[in-house]
Design a protein around this ligand. Sequence first.
Ligand code: AMP
Ligand code: MG
Length: 411
Amino acid sequence: MSDCCSAPGLMLLDDALNTLSAGVTPVKETETLPLASCDGRVLAANIISPMNVPPHNNSAMDGYALAAADLESSDTLPVAGQSFAGHPFEGTCPAGQCIRIMTGAAIPESTDAVVMQEQTEKTENGIRFLKTPKPGSNIRRAGEDISEGCIVLTAGHKLRPQDLGLLASLGIAELKVFRRVRVAVFSTGDELKLPGETLGHGDIYDSNRIVVTTMLTRLGLEVIDLGKLPDERDVIREALVRADNEADAVITSGGVSVGDADFIKDILVELGETGFWKLAIKPGKPFAFGKLANSVFFGLPGNPVSATITLNILAVHALRIMSGEVAAKTPSLKAASGTRLKKGAGRREFQRGILSTDEQGHATVVTTGSQGSGILRSMSMANCYIVLPEENTGAEVGDLVSVVPFDSLLN
Ligand code: AMP
Ligand code: MG
């Protein structure tokens, strides 16, 4: 594990991500579900197309189907019949004649082109063609979208509405998907009260748990909300043991730093094999990852912005792998900074920004303002991270900076 050159003792984010990847394994159990229940689920097997799409040669236009060579002797052909979507012309088109055809309708036998209606004229002797088509014009070939036997989607793909449409077009009614990962979540802290309760002196409301559980639900996991725990060693230990029995992963927030009431560390050392990481990222320096008897453990920092960002960047990376997902790398882009950005060298910063495009269509980003790790409003105002690398020491107005738009868990 390499230390960051300018932040000795802190683990680089890429090293942390690699350690997480190596430390978790995908679930093995699968289930077979109807297509309509598969949005957000992860495919457990490759999908091989059982058929051609489209299944038959069909017309791309409303017009007339004909044999292109027939127009060499006459520009006008009588109409021998019609082919509508779902009601094909049965039989063969007689030589020297044409067939009225609608978009999506099967191409009649012995025709090889479609002329769009707008390029024809009705006459007493039949249809006059104002243009001579090339064979194949305006015909959508069988299998031109998907050919029978090809791999349409691969195992590990997380299904989206358009994927389900693609699979429906192949006549597939059910899919084998990985079972959902079960995650137990709780927050820790004697100061925490639930929204709706009255705050005593020194209390705050528990905001982390709703953020964490909602993001995990969006990720498609089965979330077990275990509530909030006091800063009491025995209570936390008991809750962790219970969570470990019920879930594939356990996520806590708070209690992972070095304060006197930060018990998570001691308990985990006792229960399992856990690493406490000081990461070269900001916000989110303290983060814990390890293994309990049956599950993996992620200890998020208590500060609300740190908790959200470490969940989004670190824990979710591991949970996607556990879900069987083969995730694509999050896309980033360059945007001109519309505001000055302050930063010290050492840690990679995930500042919160508002990304937009100016009148010329250029991407610009402005800061949400104060970037303290407790300022949850900075997350609420933002639609992206402004990612400033370890060595960066800030940006001036107009400088190009890296921006990562919020993913579907935060947007
Ligand atoms: P800790 O890591 O427990 O020392 O917490 C760091 C900071 O985050 C403290 O100011 C806590 O009050 C705050 N905090 C911890 N847990 C939560 C939570 N669930 N919701 C909101 N703030 C929290
Ligand atoms: Mg605490």
